[in-house]
Design a protein around this ligand. Structure first.
Ligand code: ADE
Length: 418
């Protein structure tokens, strides 16, 4: 089998951890049982460019058990769990191409390897795989029936592709499912981002002035968890509605130029670039700690910080100290890559359960309906979204009310008023 992982000897540890995660993924487990019996993905070749974690392994195994031939590579050079990559290869027979800390050249070489089986479906987290197909592997397009996309940044890129007329096949935006972004982005990013900061630094959050940039679903999650640990949270935003929401949620809101001189810990979660840049570094306090939880490592302008620095040294794993000429020190965590996967383990399995249930069911939907789909970005069908929520509630032993006949008729009529 073709593969490239750090060390196959790590496979047993990876398998144990994959099974541990599986316990917290009951919805994906139900889909896997059905897939195993029905084989709805029989003959389908899937190339998946995702963070190679225990949760992703459970998704890959679910797709394999549904009859698909799956290959996996990393969607970020620093997010791979090497034991998981080894287990995928040795314990589950799934070719994996991913090594934590791989350089950019290897990262792209791994994407190329993942496409070697000429996939019918591309599964992306950040749209690097589809970009490779559209730019360098156009020859694959005739066989591809569709793709899926996991994250906000990827969906933004896909919409630009569709707008520019270059998107060559339908892609389902898994991120836009309610059972994805309202949970994974908020509770997943919220918890795992703080987890990454704490594992990298062991700082005390209580009493710390924490600047959260971006108040989308991820930013809301990070802010509320930092606040829960006793931090004094400041939010920066460009969207007036979101800024207002942050203000009414109880945070201070101000421009980055002002926050830069106040903050002690900065966390970017905007999906945009150069959120913290030269003019902000210039006014930061000595000892400021900077982390990014957005998809790409462009939110903190590290090249600008480098050019302002007289020296850089690694003071502990995943913590780089930049010394400035005036004696101040600024610390960057996880090389500015997504902190939750670079310095911790990503989102917990129980929230990835919903995201990856949407992924698995979206692939099944593509395989059944691709002939009716255009070269566009599609939402996850509402029935899938509701089914994932229903199954998750069931797994959490929670029942809910149903509408009475009288209530149903009331909701569909206009005649009853004051
Ligand atoms: N994205 C964020 N957390 C993740 C995880 N645990 N597995 C895969 N992708 C993720």
């Amino acid at each position: 089998m073709d593969y490239d992982v750090k060390d196959l000897e790590l496979a047993q540890k990876g398998k144990d951890r994959i099974e541990w995660a599986r316990q917290s993924m009951p919805v994906l487990g139900l889909i896997r049982d059905r897939f195993e019996a029905e084989k709805p993905l029989s003959g389908l070749r899937i190339a998946a460019c995702l963070h190679v974690t225990t949760e992703t392994a459970n998704l890959a195994v679910t797709l394999r058990d549904g009859g698909a031939e799956v290959r996996v590579c990393a969607s970020n050079p620093l997010s791979t769990q090497d034991d998981v990559a080894a287990a995928l290869v040795r314990e589950y027979g799934i070719p994996a191409f991913a090594i934590k800390g791989e350089d950019n050249q290897t990262y792209y070489k791994h994407i190329v390897s993942t496409l070697a089986h000429r996939p019918h479906v591309t599964m992306d987290d950040g749209a690097d795989l589809v970009t490779m197909v559209l730019t360098e592997r156009k020859d694959l397009i005739p066989e591809i029936i569709g793709g899926t996309e996991e994250t906000t940044t990827g969906v933004i890129r896909l919409r630009s592709m569709a707008r520019d007329g270059v998107l060559a096949y339908p892609v389902i935006s898994v991120n836009d499912a309610d059972t994805k972004h309202m949970f994974d982005n908020r509770y997943g990013t919220g918890q795992s981002t703080i987890d990454g900061v704490l594992r990298a630094t062991n700082v005390l959050m209580a009493g710390m002035r924490v600047v959260v940039s971006g108040y989308g679903w991820c930013g809301r999650g990070v802010a509320v968890r930092a606040k829960g640990l006793g931090a004094d949270v400041i939010v920066t935003e460009v969207n007036p509605v979101r800024a207002l929401e942050a203000l009414m949620d109880g945070y201070r809101v101000m421009p980055m130029q002002q926050a830069a001189s106040i903050g002690q810990l900065f966390i970017t979660v905007t999906g945009n670039k150069s959120i913290i840049r030269r003019e902000h570094f210039q006014s930061m306090q000595n000892g400021a700690i900077l982390a990014n939880s957005g998809h790409f490592n462009v939110e903190i302008d590290i090249p600008a910080l480098e050019s302002m620095s007289t020296g850089r040294r690694r003071v502990r794993e995943f913590v780089d100290e930049y010394a400035l000429a005036d004696g101040r020190k600024i610390f960057i965590l996880g090389e500015g890559r997504l902190i939750n996967l670079a310095c911790a383990e990503g989102h917990p399995a129980s929230v990835m359960d919903m995201s990856f249930a949407n992924q698995a069911l979206s692939v099944e939907h593509l395989s059944r309906n691709h002939k009716q789909l255009q070269k566009q970005v599609y939402p996850v069908p509402a029935e899938i979204d509701r089914e994932v929520a229903r199954l998750k509630l069931k797994a959490m032993n929670t029942e809910i009310d149903t509408l009475t006949a009288e209530q149903k008729s009331y909701l569909s009529s206009w005649s009853e008023g004051t």
